[in-house]
Design a protein around this ligand. Structure first.
Ligand SMILES: [Zn+2]
Ligand SMILES: [Zn+2]
Length: 165
């Protein structure tokens, strides 16, 4: 896993803090700062580990899309943590989350981000059936895009790409 430069680490921390200050000003309460990891893999730009109050970002997707990533992905994942801490379990991109994105961060509430990940050395794409997560090769993934359907040998259900951030 490539290391981020100290400069990019610093910009990431600064953006996280900026988002929390916006949230705290709007909601009038304090939030514990999350642990921020940069070891996300696959084609996922980032994720929020709710119970652990942890954010995990993909170092290469960040490096290749710096300004957009800082603005959108960081806010997106922090919104998940904030909603979890305020309301507990809710639909992942439901109305609370959308409200944080729109009214606190002043950003569109997009579920996923379409970054070009052709050049980050990913050879598999995450899919899931009803019983498990199953990686598909890029070759098979490209066939799915053109209409092919693969099924799990165990549960027989069709594999669907995991697009959740
Ligand atoms: Zn299955
Ligand atoms: Zn999300």
């Amino acid at each position: 896993m490539p290391q981020l430069s100290p400069d990019l680490q610093q910009q990431l921390s600064t953006r996280v803090e900026q988002c929390y200050q916006l949230v705290e000003r709007k909601l009038g309460r304090k939030f514990p700062r999350p642990q921020v990891l940069t070891n996300q893999r696959g084609r996922i730009a980032g994720c929020a580990l709710l119970q652990k109050n942890t954010l995990r970002f993909h170092p290469l997707i960040y490096q290749q899309n710096q300004a957009h990533f800082l603005e959108h992905v960081v806010a997106h994942e922090i919104a998940h943590l904030v909603v979890w801490q305020c309301y507990g379990k809710t639909p992942p991109h439901g109305k609370h989350w959308q409200w944080v994105m729109n009214d606190i961060f002043n950003l569109p509430a997009l579920r996923t981000h379409q970054y070009n990940t052709d050049n980050i050395g990913i050879r598999t794409v995450r899919y899931r059936c009803l019983c498990a997560e199953i990686p598909l090769s890029m070759n098979r993934h490209n066939k799915v895009i053109k209409g092919a359907v693969y099924c799990c040998k165990r549960c027989k259900s069709p594999l669907k790409e995991i697009t959740e951030m």
